[in-house]
Design a protein around this ligand. Sequence first.
Ligand SMILES: Nc1ncnc2c1ncn2[C@@H]1O[C@H](COP(=O)(O)OP(=O)(O)OP(=O)(O)O)[C@@H](O)[C@H]1O
Ligand SMILES: [Mg+2]
Length: 224
Amino acid sequence: MTVVNQLDMEVGKSSITAILGANGAGKSSLIMSLAGHVDVKQGDIEYDGQNITPWSPMERVQKGIAIVPEGRRLFKSLSVHENLIIGGYTRSKKASQNNIEKVLSIFPRLGERRKQMAGSLSGGEQQMLAIGRALMAEPKFLMIDELSLGLMPKAVDTCYEAIKDLNAVGLTILLVEQSTQRALQVADHAIVLESGNTVWKGSSKEARDSSDIIDSILGLHKTQ
Ligand SMILES: Nc1ncnc2c1ncn2[C@@H]1O[C@H](COP(=O)(O)OP(=O)(O)OP(=O)(O)O)[C@@H](O)[C@H]1O
Ligand SMILES: [Mg+2]
């Protein structure tokens, strides 16, 4: 079954791009295919001037592509520290030690919870850990599926602050969000998917100016 069709998109270095769309639009399928977890039947994925379509997920991680998957998929019975170590599996032990310190400086809360089981963290802390685990791979391109979904407002703020800071030092970010307004506050560009097709793309300023159009696209499914 094809869930994403005819998608033609480009993500600029050090930019933030928001992928918007109603439930079932194909957002997760899109980023899972960029991470190499879903096969691409037609077309190519180019990254940093290279055709990466045949690359395995691990090769992509090694080249700097990381994902925070929908639902976070943490190892719930392992500690915060262990989850971070797993995120750094493509890096040396020494690099991982440094990277853990970096992650804990971004999310000090995780430092306080270092020995705690991931499954016992709050939703916000789990999202911080999922982002931290992805950062352990030293990504240049980070994809986050549903950053704010189900989180308390304060945790959403913390995660968004972290994303802005990471982007300010050069990280390229692809952000899948249900919270359109919030995503458009930080994004440079937006792409709206509907039933696996691109139905709108442009700058986030244009997206804000066209919010009626975007709302009506998203609203088509909300009312069902
Ligand atoms: N493993 C699968 N097998 C069959 N169909 C699937 C599978 N995963 C997703 N789909 C279908 O593909 C379409 C796109 O799903 P996808 O999860 O990519 O959407 P989404 O935009 O991320 O939705 P949501 O907002 O609910 O997370 C949906 O119709 C979904 O039912
Ligand atoms: Mg999804």
